[in-house]
Design a protein around this ligand. Structure first.
Ligand SMILES: NC(=O)C1=CN([C@@H]2O[C@H](COP(=O)(O)OP(=O)(O)OC[C@H]3O[C@@H](n4cnc5c(N)ncnc54)[C@H](O)[C@@H]3O)[C@@H](O)[C@H]2O)C=CC1
Ligand SMILES: O=C([O-])CC(=O)C(=O)O
Length: 272
């Protein structure tokens, strides 16, 4: 069985760990780490098969795990990605926005090649990346519009310099329009999906992103439009937010679990 190390013990990390513990993912969770000791202890208390809590993130990949699963933050990808690959572990990333920093992308890309390891990027909170990847070379335009309740956007770096006050928004309001590169750095915990769309399609400078705060929605909605020689693709995903962390959609958690299940299984793989 594959051995798994988990980096990040919040909402998503906990659900991934429970899926391993219940046997839904046929692997063994051997080590976990979170900057918050409380988060890692709370996660371990929920499991029958208790993993070891390591003292720092680098110790995760120095143990003999097959893969480290990141469900933490873009900073975790930046700080720990290279050492995970250097220790010859595969790496699954949920905070995909970190890869829109070209220097990080290039370092991790080269490390995969050099150490013969693979980075897995689950589809997260969206669908349609299979089609987008296939028409990559023929794309003319790609856009993604993300609509969330203002409470799901709280805490984003964007608001440190913007005059927009989320608490005073009383109808659907466009709060950001720009490219994916700027979007993921200003909303690092909200639009990792824009990074996935960029990396599958025409890149972060050419991928247009719109973010809407809508006090009347109870969904995290992502609407993607891609136009190319092969035709037009339109995807709208209306996600149920996680009750504990409304920034994160249930689909993103299920996508992480399914990707890890496939990684740990020898079976039929469906889709592009
Ligand atoms: N790819 C996608 O479609 C999606 C990606 N995400 C991303 O997945 C990640 C996890 O999401 P949630 O579990 O909902 O967040 P969360 O906030 O519930 O949990 C994150 C946990 O990671 C820990 N953490 C943060 N930085 C760390 C670091 N550098 N080292 C160690 N621990 C660290 C925090 O203490 C916290 O316990 C977030 O970055 C989120 O933005 C979320 C939804 C969709
Ligand atoms: O879960 C979602 O709907 C999307 C999200 O937070 C992200 O892409 O970072």
């Amino acid at each position: 069985m594959k051995k798994i190390g988990l980096l990040g013990c919040g909402v998503m990390g906990t659900q991934i760990a429970l899926a391993i513990d219940s046997g839904k993912i046929p692997g063994i969770l051997t080590h976990v780490y979170d900057d918050s000791k409380e988060a890692s202890s709370e996660l371990v208390s929920k499991l029958n098969n208790k993993p070891e809590i390591v003292e720092n993130s680098h110790l995760l990949s120095s143990h003999s795990v097959n893969i480290v699963v990141e469900a933490a933050s873009q900073n975790a990808v930046r700080d720990d990605g290279l050492s995970i690959l250097q220790n010859k572990r595969d790496f699954m990333i949920m905070s995909v926005g970190a890869l829109l920093d070209e220097s990080i992308y290039d370092i991790l890309y080269d490390a995969c090649d050099h150490f013969k390891k693979t980075i897995y990027l689950p589809s997260g909170a969206i669908a349609g990346l299979d089609g987008l990847k296939s028409i990559k070379g023929e794309l003319e335009s790609v856009s993604i519009t993300t609509t969330k309740h203002p409470r799901s956007l709280k805490g984003a770096q964007f608001f440190e310099t913007s005059e927009i006050n989320l608490d005073s928004i009383d109808s659907s309001t466009v709060i950001f329009e720009g490219n994916a590169r700027d979007a993921v750095s200003l909303f690092p915990a909200n639009v990792n999906v824009a990074a996935l769309v960029s990396l599958s399609g025409i890149g972060s400078d050419k991928t247009s992103v719109k973010i809407i705060a809508d006090p009347d929605t109870d969904k995290n909605t992502h609407h993607i439009e891609a136009v190319g020689k092969s035709g037009k693709m339109i995807f709208t995903i209306e996600n149920t937010p996680d009750p504990e962390n409304p920034k994160t959609s249930r689909l993103a958690i299920l996508s992480a679990i399914e990707t890890l299940r496939q990684y740990c299984s020898d079976d039929i793989q469906i889709g592009t």
